[in-house]
Design a protein around this ligand. Structure first.
Ligand code: ASP
Length: 443
């Protein structure tokens, strides 16, 4: 049994968190390959080391002294090393880094040091080998992961099942220089390891016990999601429910290696399992898996008589958005009209240019703009098999006097999206949750 265990920054924020990690690792012999993020935040007032490193770089760019910021980073690492009574000569590493900052260091190398130093300390603390991500995680010239290289080198370092700790978030470019992933990228490193080492499970340890069916700031004590498919998760994270880096799914998607989201502060909680396909659902499983949404969209409704007989009208309108490089969320359509729904922030400064171009391109009879639209996605792999779900959803919303401005459904029928006014956002989520989840619980 091989488990990849990845710990996020809050699981590594101080010596107490390191102790919890050690306890988790030692309680299961399958946990031999460990990926760590950089030392993170133990509470709201703390700083994440990665943020401080980016801050140092911003200072450097404007030739402003960053010694105070660097001192904060230094203090965090020295404190953890001392509290855990480790021997690692962290001052030497930090002095060398400080010299590089004063002479020359790339942004990628600088910000990767958070993970590097954390992994150094964790390796000594667990008594595991340290494997540098720059030697085993390789990017291609186009920025994609070079899986052939990674697989060969990771198999090599993992031979004989020798346990190791590896920093997440970075690897190297083909020329050997350090290159980082996007923020939160250690999740991706864990996923690359899971794929390349043919793991049975990828455990992603964070500070929440998996996903909840709805945002707890909106719904009181929402039920946890025990199992979710990659597809459902993608829908929910796109709509704003984020615990895992979105790209962490891609390396292991076809392998069907489950990802288990777990809580370092509550290790006995089973958390959420993410799978390509869930095959052991029972009748008792809820019809919907989760509800998420985002505010602040604009719908541009375009009316043109006899549009249904004309060819190319929608394409011409869409080409305007393409020209301005605006990504489109939805295109609900009627016979002689259609709406284009986009994020308000993307168009607010250029809306008049866009409207002028649309007028020129398709000479519409009328254009109407509606701002302040919120989109709410109700997601569930069981929805397509149950007739009447959308009816029930719309009825619940209607009964609560919420005006639905738009409806869309993904072609794989795992979600139904409704557009409502921003002001009705929270209420709509509660209404859907109460109808589908609370209602079932009460029966
Ligand atoms: N330390 C990096 C960040 O804060 C990567 C990670 O934590 O996954 O974005």
């Amino acid at each position: 049994m091989i488990k990849i265990t990845k710990f996020g920054g809050s699981s590594l924020a101080n010596a107490q968190q390191f102790q919890k990690v050690k306890h988790i690792i030692e309680s299961d012999p399958a946990r031999r390959f460990v990926v760590v993020s950089a030392v993170g935040r133990a509470n709201k007032h703390d700083n994440k080391v990665t943020d401080l490193l980016y801050l140092c770089h911003a200072h450097m760019q404007y030739h402003v002294d960053c010694s105070n910021v660097f001192q904060m980073i230094r203090d965090r690492y020295v404190q953890i090393r001392n509290d855990l009574h480790l021997k690692f000569p962290i001052e030497r590493e930090l002095d060398a880094l400080w010299n590089q900052i004063k002479t020359s260091i790339s942004l990628d190398e600088l910000v990767s040091r958070g993970e590097y130093l954390t992994a150094r300390l964790m390796a000594e603390y667990l008594g595991y080998a340290f494997v540098d991500a720059k030697d085993v995680i390789r990017f291609r010239y186009d920025g994609a992961i070079d899986f052939d290289f990674c697989e060969k080198s990771l198999q090599r370092v993992a031979r004989n099942n020798q346990p190791f700790v590896m920093p997440g978030f970075y690897g190297s470019a083909p020329d050997g220089r350090i290159r980082v992933m996007t923020r939160g990228g250690s999740d991706i490193t864990g996923s690359i390891l899971a794929k390349c080492l043919h793991a049975d499970l990828y455990e992603n340890w964070t500070d929440v016990s998996g996903f909840l069916m709805a945002d707890p700031r909106i719904v009181r004590n929402p039920r946890p999601i025990r199992k979710i498919t990659y597809g459902e998760l993608r829908e929910l994270s796109y709509m704003g429910a984020s615990v895992l880096h979105e790209d962490a799914i891609f390396p292991i998607r076809e392998t069907n290696i489950p990802i288990n989201i777990l809580n370092t502060n509550e290790p006995d909680n089973p958390g959420t399992i993410i799978l390509n396909e869930v095959t052991d659902d029972t009748k008792e499983d809820a019809i919907i898996t989760g509800i998420a949404g985002k505010k602040d969209f604009t719908a541009i409704a375009i009316y043109k008589n006899h549009m249904s007989d004309a060819v190319g009208t929608v394409r011409k309108a869409l080409s305007v958005f393409e020209r301005y490089r605006i990504s489109i969320e939805h295109i609900p359509s009627g016979i002689d009209s259609f709406s284009i729904v986009v994020a308000t922030k993307d168009i607010k400064d250029i809306i008049y240019d866009i409207l002028n171009d649309i007028r020129k391109e398709i000479e519409p009879d009328q254009i109407k703009i509606s701002d302040e639209i919120a989109l709410i996605s109700t997601v569930g792999r069981h929805m397509s098999a149950h007739p009447g779900i959308s009816g029930r959803l719309f009825a619940a919303i209607g009964k609560n006097n919420i005006n639905i401005r738009m409806i869309a459904q993904g072609s794989d029928e795992i979600n139904i999206i409704v557009g409502v006014e921003n002001k009705d956002f929270e209420k709509t989520i509660s209404v859907i949750y109460n109808d589908f989840i609370q209602g079932e619980e009460l029966q």
